[in-house]
Structure formats: C-alpha cells, structure tokens
Design a protein around this ligand. Sequence first.
Ligand code: PTJ
Length: 261
Amino acid sequence: MFSGGIPCSVEIPKDHPRYKSLSMRERLAELAKEGVVTITGLIAHGRGEAFDYLLGERTIPEAKEAERVAVSYLLEAKNPVISVNGNVAALCPEEIIRLAETVPAKIEVNLFHRTPERVEKVIRHMEGAGAGRVLGRNPDSLLPGISSDRAMCTREGIYTADVVLVPLEDGDRAEALVAMGKVVLAIDLNPLSRTSKAATVTIVDEVTRAIPEMTVMVDELRHDPGKRKRMISSFDNRENLRRTIGHICRYIESQGSKDKE
Ligand code: PTJ
C-alpha cells in the first residue's frame, strides 16, 4: 500500500490534514518491525517532527541557501559520499539514489546501532529501491576519535571522502569527520544539535524535502563553477544557524499572536 509515494501498512486518508506526516510514521514503524529502522530511530524522528513544527513544516530561505551551498560542495568534490542510516533509507531511498546518480556521489551505509545483519538489511533496502553499488558491507577502515561502531567505514567511501553528506547524524561522528579535515554537510531539523554546530554546512530542513530540492539544484549549478565558488566562500554556517533560530522565534511569536486575535 502506498501513501503519497511512501509505502505503508495502514491506509491514511488522502484528505487527512497530517497525511504526509502520518504516512511517514507508518513507514518508519513498518521498517522498524523489519529491522531496517532502529527503535531509537522512531524517537529521533519524533524529535525531528517537533522541530519541523517550529519551522512551520516548510523549507525556510536559510535552508534553501544551505542546500545550494551543500550542492556546490558536492559538485566541487573529488570523492563525495552520501552516508545513509536506517531512518534515511526508510524515508527517502529513491530520492537519495537520484541525488547520488545526479552528482554523482557514492552511497555508503553507516549505522549507529550497527550489527552485520542490520547493515545487510539497510543495504538490501537501498538495492531494492534501485541503488546500484552501496558501500558499507565490508568496512576496512576506522574513523579516529569515535568509540562507537559508527567509526567503521570503507576506505573507498567515507574514509577517503573529501565531502560527506550526513542526513540525521549524531554529533560524535560529525565532529570526528570535521576533525579529519572533511567538509561535512548535515541535514538536521534541530539547529541546536552538536551535529548542526559542528558541520561545515547545516541544512535545517526535513530530509524528504531537502534531498529532492538538492537534486534540482545540481542541474542549476552544474555548469556554473564561478557561482559555486562564490556561494561556498560567502557562506557562514554559524550566521545561517543564527538566522534559522531567529526564524523559528518569529514563527512561534506569530503563532502566539494569532491565538490572541
Ligand atoms: O540507523 P542508525 O542505527 O544509524 O540510527 C539512526 C539515528 C537517527 C537513530 C541516530 O543517528 C541518532 O540517534 O540520531 P540523533 O542523535 O537522534 O540525531 C538525529 C537528528 O536528526 C535529530 O537532531 C533530529 O532532530 C533530526 N531529524 C530527525 N528526523 C529528521 C531529522 N532531520 C531531518 N529530517 C528528518 N526527517
């Protein structure tokens, strides 16, 4: 059964005001039963949903700017890699594959709650969605400075990548990747997270909105290296996060004053 492109087990009425959000939950719950999504991935999604409310559940201009800069980095990179975890594989596998093919970039599965069986499930899930080659089955390298299994990666992929896109990341690995001198592009609805603060570029947007938007931007920026370089050199992640938080505050204020009317 499919709900708005998101396969799920319970039919959500299309006219339900929270159709997309409920379909996503069903999808994640279903894939948690299959072991693709970890149980704590459901908690992480709930936190993301809460922050998305505070953004008005839409892509704000600050996120669009960060998406453009992130795409510029991906196009400038020698070895760009998209890191995929259980939640990302569940929410937007086809969209990740399309972005990876368009750039082109490698896809590597890297999990926080890692077991060989789960890695295999997530990779199979990506392959089932049409991915050609997915790295991560046979990690041969360790990221320095991380004590969790998230350190395990492939030399061909994340270990030697110059630019890594990390949707829904945990702070430890984001910091470790930056410490290795890599450009880290985060997608995280929480502008206050350690990941958001550590990343080179933080996209405060919902992953299923951000990835397709970025794929369109690849075509816009592919033939304009001058614009890419200008976007990269003028971008200040801290300032963008500051403006994002300001945006959230103003949005909350506006909702509060609506109640008083
Ligand atoms: O599949 P695994 O084992 O690698 O585990 C994946 C999770 C997500 C459980 C793991 O990476 C984790 O615990 O992440 P955190 O530390 O909870 O961080 C996830 C961040 O992503 C939080 O700041 C959320 O606000 C944010 N987030 C959640 N859902 C979305 C999101 N950001 C963008 N789009 C979302 N749909």
